[in-house]
Design a protein around this ligand. Structure first.
Ligand code: TXA
Ligand code: MG
Length: 320
């Protein structure tokens, strides 16, 4: 067990000592360390079993720290940062020479955001360095949205989880990079495409590894439960393919009447995509702990946050 606590001064002491602390954000929990400590950053990669080619996101306390991290800021990046920070938008921009190569996996760009969680903002203000923080899950697993999820994954491997309760948004930040000063979405996430387009106009989406070597972390199989997961437009129809199996269902708003189902979770009975997003990973964590033969997940409406949910479900289902 790691210590699960709200004690910011303890987190400060550990981080100053080049140790890792899991931190709450409004998206998912992160596994945080001092970006300038080789010891801390190496330990992030080994603890997560994350390949070194996959770069980390740098977390800063406010927009005013951005120019200590990046060397150029396109106009549209400023507009997006002003619109969404603190919040679930990560910007990929040319890095300053002072940012260690291990953070960026040798790339000339760095990913950076201001998270929107009171405990973590306070923590960042008290530290003299930014925090690198990938999601606090072992490589390829579902991201944690509670302190308990983090503890279940890492136990003694990390000393402390700063307990900020359940993450409000529930999926990772939306990542936006720039090509010829024009924004490009590298990862769908907690801020919808429509909300970003309302600030900067029509935007290209390059969130598949086939069309984007710029987003090295966008593996097809990712965010995955260990239980085989299939996607469906018609759950009742898909159910007929699994007679005599232990089946779990993840549905958007309908509650199914079917006594063959072992467990079902409906993420938003009122059909609200924001609520559905906030409950998505908790639902997958729960279903994954029931020794099911298969999880059938409903395909969500393909707009707003539904698009981001479908992206994660497709990766969860890939090759299973
Ligand atoms: O919501 C979030 O973004 C959470 C919280 C903890 O802030 N963090 C998170 O980090 O999801 P992680 O490491 O699980 O995902 C970071 C993604 C990876 O897909 C990585 O490849 C991409 O960001 N990334 C990081 N630096 C990049 C860069 N310079 N260029 C392109 N993609 C980059
Ligand atoms: Mg991750």
């Amino acid at each position: 067990m790691s210590i699960i606590s709200k004690d910011i001064s303890k987190a400060v002491a550990l981080l100053n000592n080049e140790e890792l602390v899991a931190i709450p954000t409004e998206t998912v929990y992160g596994l945080a360390g001092n970006i300038y400590s080789k010891t801390a950053i190496t330990s992030i990669f080994t603890t997560k079993q994350r390949p070194l080619f996959n770069p980390l996101i740098v977390h800063i306390p406010s927009i005013h720290h951005l120019d200590t991290i990046v060397s150029a800021i396109p106009e549209k990046a400023t507009q997006l940062a002003r619109a969404f920070w603190p919040g679930s938008l990560t910007l990929v921009l040319p890095k300053k020479d002072t940012i260690p190569d291990i953070i960026t996996a040798g790339k000339t760009t760095v990913a950076v955001r201001v998270p929107n969680h009171p405990l973590t903002l306070e923590l960042l203000k008290q530290l003299e360095f930014p925090l690198a923080a990938p999601s606090a899950n072992p490589f390829n697993r579902i991201s944690p949205t509670t302190a308990q999820h983090v503890d279940a994954y890492f136990k003694d491997a990390i000393q402390m989880v700063l307990d900020g309760g359940a993450c409000k948004n529930g999926i990772e930040s939306t990542i936006v990079g720039f090509e010829n000063n024009e924004p490009v979405i590298y990862r769908l996430g907690s801020i919808s495409v429509e909300d970003i387009e309302a600030i900067v106009g029509p935007i290209t989406i390059k969130n598949k590894k086939e069309n984007n070597p710029e987003a090295p972390g966008m593996l097809d199989k990712h965010y995955a439960p260990t239980t085989p997961t299939v996607l469906s437009h018609d759950i009742l129809e898909t159910l007929t393919k699994y007679p005599n199996k232990r089946v779990g269902i993840l549905a958007f708003k309908e509650q199914l009447k079917n006594d063959k189902v072992t467990h079902q979770i409906t993420v938003s009975k009122i059909g609200d995509l924001v609520e559905a997003t906030s409950k998505l990973y908790e639902a997958l964590h729960q279903l994954d702990h029931l020794n099911l033969d298969v999880i059938i997940a409903e395909i969500f409406p393909d707009y707003g946050l539904g698009k981001s949910i479908n992206d994660r479900l497709q990766r969860a289902a890939h090759a299973s």
